[in-house]
Write a protein that binds this ligand. Structure first.
Ligand code: ZN
Length: 364
């Protein structure tokens, strides 16, 4: 009987040892299991933290981050030669994505209809930050707007492949052969001359808007036209000249209307002001005469010819060929009546357009 008890306890002890051994054998795996759970936890925490941190990044920093960690974009290495690659969001077609280049404010705005708040995180953009000062994204009424602030006057080139669209920023002359900058004098609080309740700024803008209509209809793709203003605002003189200088315009035309200081002065007609000293390099006088002839023969005003005006700010500071056209005299009652009609403003625009064609032909 005792023997049997001893045998049973021996077997039991042996079995127990086997179980302990087996436990020891599996123990490292238990560690491994713990490790896996811990790592998964850490990964998720990092992801959460990361997203929290990504949220705090500026648009430019986010672009840099995407470039540094391309795996976030779901690919190890992405190859494209253009400067920027943006993703066409799901459910949006590339043709619906619009780009507006406000070169006067050096700002390009991309509009994505149907985009969401998290567009920048869900669809990382990649590329070089060259020329970009700032990137701002906002979503209002299911429309995403990405604003890109540039460090100079650039045109953009766009390519689409359905999944992505690509942008390159180039100098305007890489896109256009001939560049024209049109300036409507004064604006906003600066009304210019005032006669019989007519404000010069409105006459100037009226003529520029007529000219814009003509150019929008008839201009070729090789001609780039920029406007310092197309509404009742008053950019500074520095900003106006900077647009012409930075775009390296072939011709900068500022449109004004004159007024004699003394009321009894019955002066009337068209004068074209030009650069004296700087203008020798491109025969500014001949250029000014092209315009005084083109305008006066079209509107039927008196041709007062070309006049040097190096003391005027935009003429003095322009590094490109510049003309300031005084279309008519607001101090002359008869001429003021004409100037204030849309027919006359349209004719003045036709005359300036004729001058542009002749100046362009002469430049070739
Ligand atoms: Zn003026």
């Amino acid at each position: 009987m005792e023997d049997r008890i001893v045998r049973i306890s021996a077997i039991a002890t042996f079995c127990l040892m086997l179980v302990v051994c087996a436990l020891f054998f599996y123990l490292p795996d238990l560690h491994k299991y713990e490790d896996k759970v811990r790592q998964q936890y850490l990964k998720e925490a990092a992801l959460r933290d990361n997203i929290r941190r990504l949220d705090e990044l500026s648009g430019l920093e986010l672009l840099q981050y995407n470039n540094d960690y391309p795996s976030r974009t779901g690919e190890e290495e992405s190859e494209f030669s253009q400067q920027l690659r943006l993703v066409v969001p799901e459910g949006v077609s590339a043709e619906d994505i619009e780009i507006e280049n406000n070169i006067m404010h050096r700002t390009l705005t991309i509009t994505f209809p149907g985009a969401t708040e998290d567009y920048m995180y869900r669809y990382p953009m990649l590329g070089r930050p060259d020329h970009i000062l700032d990137l701002n994204y906002e979503c209002v009424d299911d429309t995403g707007r990405l604003e890109i602030v540039l460090d100079g006057a650039y045109e953009y080139l766009r390519e689409d492949d359905g999944e992505y669209f690509y942008l390159d920023f180039v100098k305007p002359h890489e896109k256009y052969d001939y560049i024209l900058v049109i300036d409507a004098g004064h604006g906003g609080k600066a009304s210019g001359a005032l006669r019989e309740e007519v404000l010069e700024k409105n006459l100037n803008l009226g003529m520029v808007l007529e000219l814009k209509k003509i150019l929008d209809e008839r201009k070729s793709d090789s001609l780039g036209v920029y406007y310092t203003r197309t509404e009742d605002v008053n950019p500074t003189l520095e900003e106006r000249v900077a647009l012409a200088n930075d775009t390296e315009a072939d011709l900068f035309i500022s449109i004004h209307n004159d007024a004699a200081k003394r009321q009894e002065d019955k002066a009337s007609g068209t004068t074209v002001l030009y650069q004296g000293e700087k203008g020798e390099a491109y025969d500014a006088k001949a250029l000014a005469e092209i315009f005084s002839e083109a305008v006066t023969e079209t509107v039927g005003s008196e041709n007062r010819g070309a006049v040097v005006a190096d003391d005027l700010y935009i003429i003095r500071h322009s590094d490109v060929p510049v003309l300031l056209i005084e279309v008519g005299f607001m101090s002359n009652p008869k001429e003021l009546k004409n100037l204030n009609t849309s027919e006359y403003q349209h004719l003045a625009a036709e005359g300036i357009y004729k001058g542009i064609l002749r100046a362009y032909a002469a430049s070739e």
